[in-house]
Design a protein around this ligand. Structure first.
Ligand code: HEC
Ligand code: HEC
Length: 199
């Protein structure tokens, strides 16, 4: 009797977890891996991003507010509940260390990240993404993110390809960023130590 009751209560919870695992295996893991530590440089790491930021990106891609030809068809069928479950899942995964492809640029990138550039009016990235790159619920964790992805997003915000940043915070920031600064800051970001899960 007790065992049967325990089984009754245990089943739905268990089913929920395996459902999310399964969904990710079937629809996301090819590009992002099961733990959200995407290996291909153009694909973002999802591990460690806040659930709030992840859910917003999934909704934005699904609605077209953030353009992605690759992702939009995949997200089209997801329910609100599935989006929230996926966001919760990846927010709890431990991010793996980043890969630096051009170490010579790290020092210049660190200056941009921590101090910005007073000459062209670029604000310090640390002001919003925090000094450690761990971020905050609405400000994405960028420490140890794939450098190639970071470069692409900075270019997308600068060219107006990506416009889903609230208050135009990123578009305003990167409008004055030079190509050299983009390359350098992406190397520094990749070199930053991984913040712990849950910060
Ligand atoms: C075919 C490869 C592919 C598959 C499959 C895929 N993604 Fe993506 N994903 C991408 C690419 C490429 C981007 C970057 C889009 C861009 O350039 O803006 C991305 C971006 C994202 C982002 C934004 C991350 C950030 O840092 O802003 C999230 C969240 C995401 N994907 C979640 C998912 C989920 C959840 C699934 C499964 C339901 C999935 N993806 C399946 C390739 C893929
Ligand atoms: C005034 C606040 C602010 C500043 C300063 C700022 N950012 Fe951001 N950044 C944001 C916000 C907010 C987002 C998320 C936008 C959204 O919700 O889609 C973001 C997103 C990003 C992304 C995309 C992350 C992803 O996973 O797709 C990258 C990369 C990034 N910022 C890098 C930088 C760099 C590098 C600097 C310094 C040159 C910087 N940011 C300065 C607020 C800021």
């Amino acid at each position: 009797m007790l065992a049967a009751l325990a089984a009754l209560f245990a089943t739905p919870l268990f089913a929920q977890t395996t459902d999310v695992d399964r969904l990710i295996t079937d629809s996301c893991a090819t590009c992002h891996t099961q733990t959200g530590n995407s290996l291909a440089p153009p694909f973002p790491k999802l591990a460690g991003l806040s659930a709030e930021y992840l859910a917003k990106q999934l909704r934005d891609v699904r609605s077209g507010a953030r353009k992605s030809e690759i992702m939009q068809p995949i997200l089209g069928d997801l329910s609100r509940g599935e989006i929230q479950a996926i966001a919760n899942y990846f927010s709890r995964q431990q991010r793996t260390p980043g890969i630096v492809t051009n170490p010579k640029l790290i020092a210049a990138g660190e200056r941009v990240y921590l101090e910005g550039n007073k000459e062209n009016g670029v604000p310090a990235c640390a002001g919003c993404h925090t000094k450690t790159g761990a971020g905050a619920p609405r400000f994405p964790m960028i420490a140890a993110q794939n450098a190639e992805y970071v470069i692409q997003q900075l270019r997308n915000f600068r060219s107006g390809e990506r416009t889903n940043d609230f208050g135009m915070l990123m578009r305003t920031t990167v409008s004055r960023l030079t190509d050299d600064e983009i390359q350098a800051v992406a190397q520094y970001v990749a070199s930053m130590p991984v913040p712990p899960v849950g910060r």
